[in-house]
Design a protein around this ligand. Structure first.
Ligand SMILES: [Zn+2]
Length: 299
């Protein structure tokens, strides 16, 4: 079993990496704040990365809008913003590495055929290189564990056995899984603070780190803000855009991070008080935070 608790103290480098498939919504503001506050509380750097590898759903106009909204809340990248769609050649090189190590296989299964074969890939799929195909990560019996400062010990025992995530799609676009691992490594990201919905991707990412021989960042997962159906607030369920630079919205977002400030006079003041007050242990083992009645208008 691989235990990814690095004892080497690295300089803290955190990031927020939105996908520009819509404007920034309340749930993403909470995530952005958590990663920012954690970085700044520990005198680290915080960078923004635009995860727009999915060329069918991402739009440059949303990237611009998201960055403007983040800036209006004083969440400003310490370094130039990396835009993933400009780096496909790098993901291609890393996919090539995985192919060389026989850790990836071509697949032309459809969702329908996968259902028919109970999620297994028939032999003809794996020899499908002449037809349009995706590239998937091979299944593995590797077991991973990570020490999440918020969620506690996360053990991933079976996650990779029957799950072969797509690394590059049939239409030529790279997947989030490959791009995020490559970029976090290339940008020397030391800490990830992200939503609990991403726990399910963690084993696949740790496995990619292992295959490349890289040390993964320390990862912790903040609770998800959920709507009254218990679903994550997301663009998929039509969460609306938040207003730019709205102090009350910021205070409500901080409230879900267990920071309740008393009448700060400006966004700048609220952010600096929030950095002092940030204490992730207050969120311990909480996976979901239902949106409170007074905040329903925000989603
Ligand atoms: Zn297949």
């Amino acid at each position: 079993m691989s235990n990814h608790d690095s004892t080497v103290v690295k300089i803290y480098r955190g990031r927020f990496a939105p996908s520009p498939t819509g404007p920034l919504h309340f749930g993403s503001l909470v995530s952005a704040l958590a990663s920012y506050l954690d970085a700044k509380k520990r005198q680290g750097s915080w960078i923004i990365r635009i995860e727009d590898v999915d060329g069918t759903r991402c739009k440059p106009s949303f990237s611009k809008q998201i960055i403007e909204t983040l800036h209006s809340y004083q969440l400003i990248s310490d370094e130039p913003i990396r835009v993933q769609s400009q780096h496909s050649d790098i993901y291609e090189q890393h996919l090539f590495e995985l192919k060389k190590r026989q850790a990836a296989f071509p697949c032309n299964c459809t969702r329908q055929s996968l259902t028919q074969y109970n999620g297994n890939h028939p032999l003809e799929c794996q020899s499908s290189i002449s037809k349009p195909h995706s590239w998937r990560l091979k299944a593995s019996s590797a077991v991973y564990q990570c020490q999440d400062n918020i969620q506690g010990t996360l053990l991933f025992a079976d996650d990779l056995k029957s799950n072969c995530p797509v690394l590059k799609r049939k239409d030529g676009f790279f997947s989030y899984q490959l791009a995020v691992v490559v970029d976090d490594h290339l940008q020397d990201i030391s800490h990830l603070v992200r939503g609990a919905d991403l726990i399910e991707t963690t084993a696949q990412q740790l496995h990619l780190y292992d295959l490349f021989g890289w040390t993964p960042p320390k990862i912790c997962h903040i609770p998800l803000i959920t709507n009254h159906f218990g679903d994550k607030i997301s663009k998929q369920n039509h969460a609306k855009a938040i207003e730019n630079g709205h102090l009350e919205t910021l205070l409500r977002a901080l409230h879900y991070l267990k920071i309740d400030l008393i009448r700060p006079s400006s966004i700048a003041e609220a952010i600096s008080l929030a950095i002092e007050a940030w204490d992730p242990s207050k969120l311990k083992e909480i996976k979901n935070l239902p949106l409170e009645e007074q905040d329903l208008h925000l989603i």
